[in-house]
Structure formats: structure tokens, C-alpha cells
Design a protein around this ligand. Structure first.
Ligand code: GLC
Length: 478
């Protein structure tokens, strides 16, 4: 089967969040399952600077966005059997960041239009085009409208995966014509309209053959009219074509017994000593006094979605109860400031690293006793799965993928537990989770049991990739 992934980010080239892990790992696994997979993404500045030597020039063509004419170059690279095609235009993509510009709408319109042309230039007749999130959302509409009579696209089928429903790719109706050269009636008939704007995500929901999101629970949440994601009425129209498929985890990248970043390797049998050696290394790294206090780790984008404010609301009392907090991430200025204040107040019990550092992230996952992830919403989440793989008990709010991957300890009867969970997004519930953690930490036998339960889980990509493949096959048959 010929599969084309279309995404704004993918490992190993560029990553801002879990999306990059999924597009890469899923593609890799599909290749292992015998499929032909190509992946389209923009050639960002970071990629051209770092991988210049690995990129092979393939073709050059012009794109017309109504009155604008822009050049595109295609470059190719191979990783693990995946063929990456990078679409280059320095005006749009040679910038310091990958998102966050006033003209993001135009940048990704350019990307989407380029992908449509690239299929022809490369003569790649896809069986499945798998779109991720809002950025390439108008691709099926473009092909249906502008390539109606072109036999080349006749058998193209589209799958959309929603990784983050908070980003709907909204823009003014004016740009439908101005950027995409699409007619106004698509707005008037509701195909692409979201309230008073166009939404690229809604367009993709309406025009793709199938829609997925990254956990079963999140599918239900998106369909729930009482949820705050604002997509239930449109997804309701597509209910029968909408499924949840849980993400996997790359078990080679995140492996406590074979790992370039960890000072001490361990497995299920040696977890107690292995973790305590890594904990020592972690505390030293952050210049914190060595002690046997429980360490609570956090590796996350520091945004409202991740429940950072909830953690901060209980952090002072947690520290007074004997906890140590280690935080790595970056994001909203206000949250970064609050974390900085916390460290100033408790320099002996708080370690922070503002930014991203892969090696340090591995050490936090391995050296912490508990991992904090009380998200407001979490379509799937990867941190909790990494934590479990490293024998670190995640403390989660039961939402989206967190609910599907964590069995919370409650009492002696929850023998399968592999973490701690609570339902409500409020301080009392957070405190309940932290109290439970402190209690578990005192009972070393129980702690060991739960750690081993977590490490025993199998969340390799194989199962998820099989589910996608099954969905692709069904879609092609229709
Ligand atoms: C988004 C979601 C996260 C999910 C990831 C990959 O970042 O917020 O929950 O794990 O996409 O699907």
C-alpha cells in the first residue's frame, strides 16, 4: 500500500510535541509491516542547517496562491525506510521557530498547496493520505475542488488524525479565495465554516474518509456535547467514520536497560537499586542535597493544557510534607515565573530547567519516584507511558489517553495498579493524588509491586500500527 503522511513536524528532524513522535514512530512501524511510506513536511530552518548534507535535491516548481507566485524545492532524505520529502521555501520556513507567526495561516496554506503539486511532480499515486492536525486540513477539499477531473487523484483516500483539538486552524473567509483559490460556497454551505471563520480542522473532518484521534476516551470526549472542545456537533455528523486508536511508545528510544543517556541501567528485577542510583545522579545534577525524600518529576510543555497551575497550587504543601520537585520544560511566561519563584522559596527542594534537554529528560524519567501529569485534557499523552516504562509511577488526571493508560492505585484490592489517578480538575483532587503517592512511598513492598506492574506493560507501536493498517484497508475498500 502507498501511504503519504502529511504533517507539520516529525522526528528525528523537528519536534515541538508528541505529534512528531507519532508521525515518525507510526511511519516506521508501517514500513516494518511492509508498507511504502512517504512523509511530507516543511523544510524548516533547523532542518536545513542541521541536515544539509543528508538532503538530496529532487525537483523545483512554482506555486500560485491567487496573485502570489512562490517557488518550491523538494528535498529527500531516508530514515528507517521512511522517505521524507521536505518542501522548501525560505520566505515561509527559514525562521527561528516552527509556529507562532502572524502569517501561519499563509505558511501552511502554502505547504498544503505544495503537497498537492508534489504528488504530481513525484508521480506518487497514494492509496492513503494521512493528515495530522489542522495544518494540512484543506488538502482533501483542494483536491476535490481543483482536481475533480484529474484521473491522477481518483483513488486518493484521506485519513485525518486529531492530536490536539485546541488548534482549529481558524482564519477569515477572505483567505479561502485569497490563499487557496477556493470558492465562497464552501463557506456558505458549511463545509469549512466554523462559527464566523474557516477552520482547516473542520474542513478536514468534513472531507476526509475517516477520522481518528489518539485514544478511545478522547474520542468520546470529542463527541460529548458538554466537553469544551467545540467539535462535537461536526464530529457527530461523522460518528460512524470516527475511531480512537491509542498511540504507542518507541520501546527502543525509551528503554531503561539499554540507554545512552542514563548513568545507571536497570530492568524490572533491578528497579529498586537502579532507580535509587539514578535518583542520586538526578539530585546531583540539579545541585540538590542527597536524601531519601520522594522525588516528583515533571517533563512538559508549560501550558494551561498540562495542568501546571494545579501542580503549582499544591507544590508548597507537597514540599512541606517532604517531597522534592524537579521540573523540565518551557512555555507560558507566567508559569515559568511562578516556577522560578517556587525555586527561590525552596532552593533545597526544587530543581528546574527551563528549556528542552533530551538527556536530562531521560534522567528525570528514570530518577524520579513519581511523574506529574494532571492535564486538563490529554488526547493521548506520552509522558505517562515513558514514566511507566521507567518504573516511575505517573500521577494523572483521568482524561483522554491518561485514562486509557493508567490504572490508579486505590487500596489493597487494586493489584493491577500502575500509577495514581484522580477525576476532577481541582486542588482537592490533586492533593488526594499527592497524599496517595506519599503513602505508597512509605510502603516499599507496595511501591516495588506498582513499579513492576508499570514496567510490565506492553505499549509498543505494533498494535497501534496494526489498527491503522486495518482502518486504511477498510477505507480503500469503500
Ligand atoms: C498532542 C496531544 C497529546 C498526544 C500527542 C500525540 O500533543 O496533546 O496528548 O499524545 O498530540 O498524539
Amino acid at each position: 500500500m502507498k501511504i503519504a503522511m502529511v504533517t507539520s513536524e516529525a522526528n528525528p528532524f523537528v519536534k515541538s510535541g508528541g505529534l512528531a513522535d507519532v508521525t515518525f514512530s507510526l511511519s516506521k512501524e508501517l514500513v516494518i509491516l511492509g508498507q511504502e511510506v512517504i512523509l511530507f513536511m516543511p523544510l524548516y530552518k533547523q532542518i536545513s542547517l542541521k541536515y544539509e548534507k543528508d538532503l538530496q535535491f529532487i525537483a523545483k516548481f512554482q506555486i500560485h496562491m491567487s496573485w502570489r507566485s512562490q517557488q518550491v524545492q523538494i528535498f529527500r532524505a531516508y530514515v528507517d525506510g521512511i522517505v521524507y520529502y521536505f518542501l522548501q521555501n525560505d520566505y515561509y520556513f527559514f525562521r527561528d521557530n516552527i509556529y507562532g507567526y502572524d502569517d501561519d495561516t499563509e505558511r501552511f496554506a502554502f505547504f498544503t498547496l505544495s503537497v498537492k503539486e508534489a504528488f504530481k511532480v513525484l508521480n506518487f499515486k497514494a492509496d492513503i493520505v494521512h493528515l495530522h492536525d489542522w495544518q494540512p486540513g484543506l488538502l482533501p477539499t483542494l483536491i476535490k475542488e481543483q482536481e475533480k477531473n484529474n484521473p491522477f487523484f481518483k483513488n486518493f483516500k484521506f485519513i485525518l488524525t486529531i492530536h490536539n483539538p485546541a488548534f482549529k486552524g481558524l482564519f477569515d473567509k477572505y483567505f479561502l479565495g485569497n490563499l487557496y483559490s477556493l470558492p465562497d460556497y464552501l463557506f456558505d454551505n458549511g463545509e469549512v465554516r466554523y462559527e464566523n471563520n474557516v477552520s482547516s480542522l473542520k474542513a478536514a473532518i468534513m472531507s476526509s474518509n475517516k477520522i481518528t484521534t489518539v485514544s478511545y476516551t478522547h474520542r468520546d470526549e470529542l463527541l460529548d456535547p458538554y466537553s469544551e472542545h467545540g467539535l462535537s456537533s461536526v464530529l457527530e455528523l461523522r460518528r460512524d467514520d470516527f475511531v480512537g486508536i491509542l498511540n504507542g511508545l518507541d520501546y527502543e528510544e525509551f528503554n531503561p536497560s539499554e540507554n545512552l543517556y542514563l548513568p545507571h541501567l536497570y530492568d524490572r528485577l533491578t528497579v529498586t537499586s537502579g532507580k535509587s542510583l539514578n535518583k542520586k545522579a538526578l539530585l546531583e545534577k540539579f545541585h540538590l542535597p542527597l536524601s531519601d525524600k520522594p522525588v516528583f518529576g515533571l517533563v512538559s510543555r508549560l501550558t494551561w493544557q498540562k495542568g501546571i497551575s494545579l501542580i503549582l497550587s499544591r507544590a508548597r504543601s507537597l514540599i512541606r510534607q517532604g517531597g522534592v520537585l524537579i521540573i523540565l520544560g518551557s512555555g507560558e511566561y507566567e508559569l515559568e515565573q511562578q516556577i522560578e519563584h517556587l525555586r527561590r522559596d525552596f532552593p533545597q527542594d526544587v530543581g528546574i530547567y527551563i528549556g528542552y534537554n533530551n538527556e536530562l529528560a531521560h534522567l528525570i524519567y528514570a530518577g524520579s519516584d513519581f511523574f506529574l501529569m494532571p492535564s486538563l485534557f490529554e488526547p493521548c499523552g506520552i509522558g505517562q507511558m515513558i514514566a511507566q516504562r521507567y518504573g516511575t509511577l505517573p500521577i494523572v488526571r483521568y482524561t483522554g489517553g491518561l485514562k486509557d493508560t493508567v490504572i490508579g492505585y486505590e487500596n489493597e484490592n487494586t493489584i493491577d495498579a500502575n500509577g495514581i489517578g484522580f477525576i476532577h480538575f481541582n486542588e482537592g483532587a490533586m492533593q488526594y493524588g499527592l497524599d496517595l503517592a506519599l503513602k505508597i512511598y512509605e510502603n516499599k513492598k507496595l511501591l516495588l509491586k506498582l513499579r513492576r506492574n508499570a514496567m510490565k506493560l506492553d505499549r509498543t507501536w505494533f498494535l497501534s500500527a496494526e489498527s491503522y493498517l486495518h482502518l486504511y484497508r477498510e477505507t480503500i475498500k469503500e
